[in-house]
Design a protein around this ligand. Structure first.
Ligand SMILES: [Zn+2]
Length: 354
């Protein structure tokens, strides 16, 4: 049996974030079989060198603004192969730091605010507060790093889904942010530049922060990767990663016939054709999931993996926009090692800066 529970036992000495799970979230599914109750625990301390104007203001940012940010960017509808679910986010500020609580060091930032917050993954989130709108976005982004790692690996998190380098510089092929309201940004993406319409009074402002959202895939991570989940008693069906040997999977999930675990997709047809592909994770003791198509120079095993439709068969990296090789062979790569030990070690030593 290869499922999340078994995997956790095998790696018991490692932080759960490296076992494809996080321990600061508890998820349950309501009896309506449609609403995930996602309960996030965190713990705030204040950087004495960057103190808030009063204890009341510190408490407001910790208790209210963080709660608002997590609800705003991760709450609401999520889709599993055409079946609509809902994510109802609640938060709890713990009285002390525990294993089951995400630590956050709050810093009251004066002056330039952009690009200072970070999440070192196994250390506290450093959250630089400037104003409420900025901070809701910032804290949701930093929590996003903690969620991307168990779901898709440290390198994918540290490179902001292929939009930044491991040293946190936006890549040349990342997008230009246009804040005219026509685009919803991925909360975790970096941008090589921002149009003027993203700024207010000379700094990146509400037109940008209010136009971002967690991706479908990241919202699903919240629902499916919590360490604590009520699943066995559920009459709704087995959840992602759970056994379907003796019960059906949750509506929208599929029963993988060999391992008998519930997966999001058996092939690409179960994923959004424009934006996603079905990632076969069975080589990594994990289960299949629809993931966002990879950007240029990200690892690939076939054309469908790549945002621009071309997987280079020599390098097994996605091609750039407009790049094609008409004579390329059509076979897919058997498997792709996309998480090298080296990149993990490098990523762990870097701050995952906003
Ligand atoms: Zn970041």
């Amino acid at each position: 049996m290869i499922d999340a529970l078994k995997f956790r036992v095998n790696l018991g000495a490692f932080p759960t974030v490296l076992q494809h799970q996080f321990d600061f979230i508890t998820t349950t599914l309501d009896s309506d079989c449609k609403t995930f109750q996602v309960h996030i625990r965190y713990y705030c301390t204040e950087d004495p060198n960057m103190a808030f104007s009063s204890k009341a203001e510190f408490d407001r940012v910790c208790n209210e603004v963080i709660d608002e940010g997590l609800k705003m960017y991760y709450g609401g509808e999520l889709d599993i192969d055409g079946v609509t679910y809902y994510s109802d986010i609640t938060t709890e500020v713990t009285k002390k730091q525990t294993r089951n609580s995400q630590p956050i060091v709050l810093k009251n930032q004066t002056g330039d605010c952009v690009g200072k917050s970070n999440n070192n993954v196994v250390f506290p989130i450093n959250g630089h507060y400037c104003d409420d709108i900025q901070f809701r976005y910032t804290i949701a982004h930093e929590f996003g790093h903690a969620m991307l790692i168990p779901a898709e690996g440290i390198d994918y998190s540290a490179t902001h889904k292929g939009t930044s380098t491991l040293s946190q510089v936006p890549r040349n092929d990342s997008d230009v942010a246009n804040c005219d309201g026509s685009v919803v940004f991925d909360l975790m993406h970096y941008f090589k530049e921002y149009n003027e319409n993203c700024y207010e009074n000379g700094t990146r402002g509400p037109p940008f922060y209010l136009k971002a959202m967690a991706s479908e895939s990241d919202k699903q991570t919240l629902a499916f990767h919590a360490e604590e989940q009520i699943q066995e008693s559920s009459t709704c069906g087995a959840i992602y990663g759970a056994s379907c040997a003796s019960k059906n999977c949750l509506d929208g999930l599929k029963c993988e016939p060999t391992m008998k675990v519930c997966v999001e997709c058996l092939d690409d047809s179960h994923c959004d054709s424009e934006t996603q592909y079905c990632h076969d994770k069975s080589n990594y003791n994990r289960v299949n999931k629809c993931l966002d198509k990879r950007r240029a120079f990200e690892p690939c095993d076939r054309d469908r993996t790549c945002l621009y439709g071309y997987c280079n068969r020599n390098t097994w990296l996605c091609g750039s926009k407009g790049e094609q090789a008409p004579t390329q062979p059509t076979e897919n790569r058997a498997s792709v090692v996309n998480l090298s030990t080296l990149s993990v070690l490098v990523a762990l030593t870097f701050n995952a800066r906003l």
